[in-house]
Design a protein around this ligand. Structure first.
Ligand code: THU
Length: 132
């Protein structure tokens, strides 16, 4: 699998978004340290607070398959860039196998990449509780 393959998977996953309220479709492809990948899409709810982002959908998908250590995530939207929200940054931080690379892009925007440490500096994580 190449980076281009993972980008294509994230873009494809976006098409499964359930976003009747925001009409903002997001897809994700989460890559584990052994190269396995897990996709996700955002799904909204009439009770807005119950919405789940694409990133956390992908994490749930991976956990359900017994995989918990990730190196990269590719996040797609319809236009521009969708950097992960604060809750997703924290959730990704829990399961990082290294300084996870976060890639964002869309059909009309060049992909950009930042390490999770830049998006969530001085984070509180498993190591803070000595559970790493
Ligand atoms: N959304 C994501 O899926 N990921 C993010 O990191 C930011 C926001 C979704 C949630 C909601 O369905 C829609 O985008 C608008 O906020």
């Amino acid at each position: 699998m190449t980076q281009e393959d993972y980008k294509a998977l994230a873009l494809e996953a976006r098409k499964n978004s359930y976003s009747p309220y925001s009409h903002f479709r997001v897809g994700a492809c989460l890559v584990a340290e052994d190269g396995q990948y897990f996709t996700g899409a955002n799904f909204e709810n009439a009770s807005f607070g119950a919405t789940i982002c694409a990133e956390r959908c992908a994490v749930s998908n991976a956990i359900a398959h017994g995989v918990k250590r990730f190196c990269e995530i590719y996040i797609s939207c319809d236009s521009g860039w969708a950097w992960p929200c604060g809750i997703c940054r924290q959730v990704l931080n829990e399961f990082k196998a290294c300084d996870m690379l976060v890639h964002v892009g869309s059909p009309d925007a060049e992909w950009k990449t930042l390490p999770l440490s830049a998006l969530l500096p001085e984070s509180f994580g498993p190591e803070s509780l000595d559970k790493a």
